[in-house]
Design a protein around this ligand. Structure first.
Ligand code: ATP
Ligand code: MG
Length: 383
């Protein structure tokens, strides 16, 4: 167990690292961060920022030397850097779990091989295989194996010519090709798991948050509501799948599982993230324990917190587009009942870049969602 007062290292200093760091600080821990950008969002809450690339093993070793445990907020960390950390201090989640998840082909293949429900997919390594994948799957999505997020590195394909073009524009490198699924809705699950724990009801080894309901626009999360309004059978099935994945991967820390609910009600796993997740930012408002505090507890092997919902909550993302006509009207957003503003401290606002989010609670999930959407509309210049 790593007692409060110890130092937690975080690989990655983006908004997830910043919010994890704030929770760690609140619990009395010190925070060190590694990120290529010395002015990354987490740098202002870290007492030490190691400015280095995510494949710099020497820098990762230097971070680990002074930390009682190291966790991460991004999965694209070089294998040698992960090994350098693990040789010096506990790395939670493990290098093995991150290795499985950080490559989309490896991840989907692992899910299928371990019996978790996934849609039809192919791994392709040439132009001919790309065309053949379209011919077998029909309408599909090409996803680059690594480095993609927020819908980047993804191309939707509806013809053999488009499949050949997608292969070319994704750099003629191995791709995951997924059948385009007829999705009714999207939910996500979040499991926290600690290294030890008695495995008793009072001191569980793992806890599972209620499902979040997620709405995407152009492949990017737009808003999310906690808890998702889905039936008990769906919740049970989603929990079973998420807990199974967490246990099979031996997760120490957090794992988020993005899921599709198909038109017939069946669940498929979309993708995994071994870290805090955008769709669970609402836990800061609606749950007894936020995802960030839960991560700190899990990696420090402290008792896990309750995942009980106190109030339905929602978040809406603030993308850089909102800044295109100048600074948004933050004050207008804050007039909406229960709304809070969360900004990540990013200097430049580019279209599609996550700059912050709004959160709110409500008597129902719908009320919370209406509040964050109303607040976001009010922020638009000239609204
Ligand atoms: P994020 O970082 O926001 O999680 P990502 O870049 O990792 O996104 P995915 O989660 O793979 O990308 O896809 C983004 C969104 O695109 C999904 O949430 C879903 O709305 C849609 N999508 C992805 N794969 C499929 C599919 N096979 N069929 C239909 N829609 C899909
Ligand atoms: Mg996703």
């Amino acid at each position: 167990m790593i007692q409060p007062g110890g130092t937690i290292g975080i690989l990655g200093g983006g908004q997830l690292g910043r919010m994890t760091g704030l929770a760690a600080r609140s619990l009395g821990y010190d925070v060190h961060v590694l990120d290529p950008d010395p002015n990354c969002p987490a740098s202002v809450i870290a007492s030490r920022t190691v400015a280095a690339r995510f494949d710099d093993a020497d820098a990762a070793a230097s971070l680990a030397e002074r930390c009682a445990v190291v966790t991460l907020e991004i999965e694209q960390i070089g294998t040698a850097a992960l090994a350098a950390v693990a040789a010096r201090t506990p790395l939670r989640p493990s290098a093995e779990a991150v290795h499985v998840i950080q490559d989309r082909i490896r991840q989907k293949t692992w899910l299928a091989a371990n019996g978790f429900p996934v849609g039809a997919f192919r791994a392709v390594g040439s132009r001919d295989e790309s065309v053949a994948a379209f011919e077998q799957l029909g309408r599909c999505i090409f996803k680059s194996t690594s480095g993609g997020y927020d819908g980047r590195g993804q191309i939707r394909v509806g013809s053999a010519e488009a499949a050949a073009d997608a292969w070319k524009s994704l750099g003629e490198r191995p791709c995951l090709v997924e059948q385009f699924l007829d999705i009714a809705s999207e939910i996500s699950m979040l499991v926290a798991r600690r290294p030890a724990g008695a495995g008793s009801i009072d001191l569980p080894r793992h806890v599972t948050f209620p499902p979040s309901f997620n709405h995407h626009e152009h492949g990017i999360l737009d808003w999310s509501v906690l808890p998702a309004a889905v039936g008990p059978a769906t919740v049970r099935e989603a929990e079973e799948v998420a807990n199974g994945i967490a246990a099979t991967l031996g997760i120490e820390g957090l794992i988020a599982v993005e899921m599709f609910i198909q038109q017939d009600g069946s669940l498929l796993v979309n993708e995994l993230a071994p870290r805090p997740h955008n769709t669970f930012h609402s836990t800061e408002r609606g749950c007894a324990t936020s995802q960030f505090e839960q991560l700190v507890r899990a990696v420090c092997d402290l008792p896990l917190g309750s995942t009980e919902i106190l109030r339905p909550a929602a978040i809406a993302n603030l993308l850089g587009d909102l800044w295109s006509d100048g600074t948004p009207d933050f004050a207008a957003a804050l007039t909406v009942p229960s709304v809070r503003l969360h900004l990540y401290g990013k200097a430049s606002a580019r279209p599609g870049r996550k700059m912050g989010h709004l959160s709110a609670v409500g008597l129902t999930g719908d009320e919370a969602r209406d509040r964050v959407l109303r607040a976001r509309d009010a922020m638009r210049i000239g609204a």
